[in-house]
Design a protein around this ligand. Structure first.
Ligand SMILES: [Mn+2]
Length: 331
């Protein structure tokens, strides 16, 4: 078992206070929403009366099956609360809110904080935190925190946490699928989480228009020199009535192609304006490539925006990927 340090300071800040804001990150997914909701349910069980759950972008349709998801608000309370809990992110900027008023601030997260974090006002004011970059999901940290608080993991908490875990491990496929994540999943299923019911909501409930859009986009699949890519044009969006949200996971499809190192999804947002999603199968850093075009992300998943006709955009980005592959084979 990975050792996550849950300090008595953190436990005390939670035990000794009454009112809480729980907030995840912008453009939220299952780990952010599931972790916020599980923590809210745990605090409720402890008898806390005033809990505000926030998500700047609301709750994506696909996550509205989660217990308590209807309670999530997009606007913070006017009054100052005792404790602000920042969950599945570690800066105020990532929450999407400019100001959240609280006497204490705590962070529960598994992302790497920015280099200059220590200097920020948020970190100077921090009462306690648990930032464990080795945790597969923030849901795992919430599980450990609730256990340390002697909260009973009931069916609703388990459903939220299992969802968090399932999303961040890519359905228990990514490299963060460990004895620990599976052991906690085992406990969550024992506590009442229903794997098929949850997987069905997350992975088997694609809107029809999104599937039609995927069909048109997949027809553009092409591959060259270790790169596979697909393109979704503005015309395809028009034809199907789908929106950008419907193409959220499209880059996963070129990534499935055997023998490639990198996958790219080109989404036409405007005439000669493309949003790119980049994926690596583990050898090259697509974060570096995205960064060189003004974007960012992680080693294996990144994104950027490039202007120009499609052919030129592709030429530029493929050249950058080739360069990265070359550098990598030399190193
Ligand atoms: Mn996460």
């Amino acid at each position: 078992m990975m050792k996550t340090k849950i300090s008595s300071k953190l436990l005390n800040v939670i035990k000794q206070n009454k009112s809480f804001i729980l907030v995840g990150h912008i453009n939220p997914e299952g780990d952010a929403i599931g972790s916020v909701l599980a923590l809210a349910l745990g605090l409720k069980q402890m008898g806390k009366k005033e809990i505000y759950t926030l998500s700047n972008d609301g709750v994506p349709e696909i996550l509205r099956f989660l217990p308590l998801s209807k309670t999530i608000k997009q606007t913070p309370p006017k009054k100052e609360v005792d404790v602000l809990c920042i969950v599945d992110c570690n800066t105020l900027e990532r929450t999407g809110f400019k100001e959240l008023k609280a006497k204490h601030t705590i962070i529960i997260d598994h992302h790497v904080p920015p280099d200059d974090a220590e200097k920020s006002e948020l970190y100077r004011k921090l009462s306690a935190s648990v930032i464990d970059t080795g945790a597969a999901a923030t849901g795992i940290l919430i599980y450990k925190l609730l256990s340390a608080l002697k909260v009973t993991i009931d069916k609703n908490i388990a459903t939220n946490l299992y969802t968090a875990l399932l999303v961040d491990t890519g359905g228990f496929r990514y490299s963060n699928t460990s004895p620990e994540s599976l052991k906690i999943a085992y406990h969550l299923i024992q506590a009442g989480a229903r794997p098929w019911d949850i997987a069905k909501e997350l992975f088997e409930s694609v809107p029809y228009k999104s599937m039609k859009l995927l069909g048109l986009s997949l027809a553009t699949l092409d591959t060259q020199d270790g790169i596979a890519w697909i393109t979704t044009t503005a015309d395809m969006f028009r034809e199907t009535g789908a929106t950008a949200e419907d193409s959220e996971d499209f880059v996963d499809f070129p990534r499935k192609v055997k023998g490639i190192e990198a996958a790219v999804f080109f989404r036409e947002d405007d005439k000669d304006v493309f949003k790119l999603s980049l994926r690596s199968k583990g050898r090259i850093s697509v974060e570096k490539i995205a960064k060189s075009f003004g974007g960012g992300g992680h080693f294996a998943a990144a994104g950027c925006r490039i202007k120009g006709p499609l052919k030129e955009v592709q030429k530029k980005v493929f050249a950058a990927i080739q360069e990265e592959m070359k550098n990598n084979s030399r190193g």
